[in-house]
Design a protein around this ligand. Sequence first.
Ligand SMILES: [Zn+2]
Length: 279
Amino acid sequence: MEGAVYPGPELADPMRLWHRPRGSPGKLMAEINEESVRELRRLIGAAQRVVVFTGAGISTESGIPDYRGPNGVWKTQTPIDFKDFVGSESVRRKSWRGRFTGPNVMAGAEPNAGHLAVARLVELGKVTHIITQNVDGLHQKSGVLDEQVIELHGNASYATCLSCARRYEFKALRDVFLPDETVPYCDDCGGIIKTATISFGQAMPAAEVERAEQATLACDLFIVLGSSLVVYPAAAFPRVAKQSGARLVIVNNQPTDIDPFCDLTISDDIGPTLSAILD
Ligand SMILES: [Zn+2]
């Protein structure tokens, strides 16, 4: 059935959408621009096939830092380049050591009001696909099925073999690595195992990009949530949507280059804004 999701436990309580997550810097409902909310609600109501495109801004309300933002992780840490990871066992060892012994900003992160509102729009059959730049898996954790989430930059909650694509869970890899820092290799083919994210210097996942293009071409409303749209191919999707006749909305706390092409831009927090449209 199109648009079907299994409702996560959070969705059993619709009032949950109204609750601000712990520690969220978000605004109270009363502070959200009512006119923008009315217009977004009208656009969603008039649409048949909505695509939601999410960036780091939707997950900051869950406590996950924006890697590329002004205070982002990449300002103080150097990411490991894909070719270095593949080319050197000592780089792989360093990478696994960081993962298993360093701080993990995504551990314990829960979907916030923004994710839950998007999940509700999927459940209602409005949203056909979520295209995301995020690797935190929070859309799936909010109850959206894997096949409706298109992850352009992969997923940081598990690992895969780079040769045969077999999936590995971190717990098993941790058990291999921690005793004496043995770098894990694939049990099936001996291939290199890597966190299932797309690293700097690694090719974009062709199948995911293709699915994202198809979904974008088929939508009649494209909503960007929390992305500054500076990284390609991310930046191309809203233009493709607009050029193929869809309406375009951006909810982001900073202006983007695409703003002039939008039917509506909202500079407000995502969770409270989306929660308000479901009122
Ligand atoms: Zn393998």
